[in-house]
Design a protein around this ligand. Sequence first.
Ligand code: BT5
Length: 330
Amino acid sequence: MVTIESTRSKLIKLLADAKESYISGQQLSEQLHISRTAIWKHMKELEKDGYVIEAKPKTGYRIKHFSENVSANTLKWGLNTSWLGKEIIHKSTVSSTQLVAHEAARTNAAHGTVIIADEQSSGRGRMDRVWHSKKGKGIWMSVILRPEIPPYMAPQLTLMTATAIADVLDQYDGINPKIKWPNDILIENKKVAGILTEMQAEQDRIQYVVIGMGLNVNQADNELPDAIHYRATSLRKETANEWQIITLVQQILQAMEAQYDTFLKRGFSEIKTKWESYGFRIGEKISYHQGRENKQAIFSGIAADGALLVELANGNKEKIYSAEIDWFVE
Ligand code: BT5
């Protein structure tokens, strides 16, 4: 399977590099070390993936139109990563990419395997909340990681992923992403993306982590369900443009791989600083419930273990792991 797919991406690369010119079947067969019949079969597969290929007798082949359909092949072509997304499982409809990912991880899927779907019938958030995942309108994707870190560090992976997504969105004019602790990405106070990290671990060793991310991309205003309409947004709503899902997925995977490598090599501190640069309401007053107590404090940043740090009126600092937070306090 690996060889078929890498031959296919090499084939697309050769055709793409040739731009408008044709490449003969002979030339392709020599460069890829496969028969001309095999080349022809690959071309038929590429057409199924949505590429438009022109075959001119006695001249050769060229790509007339690159595919905009999301598939494992179209996502891999042009993906500039060294380990993340080397294996991509694409499905048109699934219950939840998290479930598919857990199943794949249990049956030995490699570190860096990506599961992505056009649609989820039971997309989920934390604590079994619903995640709306309209067909073809967003990125509904889970990544399997096998990090050699102790389980208590796993929440840092959520923060790392949020930072990677924020970095990608931040490159675009007119988009000013904020990360709302711990896992929401907001644009203009509305949620555009959420992250769900799940882990299978023993006492001191992680077997695998599944990081799920949902990003609203091309929903029009009336395509966001009533239940979340006033709290959610999509990139299209924010910019009035249609976005290319393939490009965004590739950018997110590239950013995530880079951040993960930094995290393993140099620890959490760089990511923490970056996260804080996107932190929603940092330096501002928030109110939260701890047990029965209702407290107010300044949200001052995040701790090395991913907890939220607040500073109380008496100058004491406190770490909050989970609390009901009211983000808007005057
Ligand atoms: C999250 O949970 O934000 C994590 C979402 C993770 C979704 C991805 S998609 C791929 C993978 N497969 C899955 O099944 N899940 C992951 P949480 O912080 O609990 O937020 C859930 C809340 O966000 C809901 O209760 C709604 O209020 C809101 N919500 C639901 N769908 C939304 C959407 N499409 N856009 C914005 N907000 C949404």
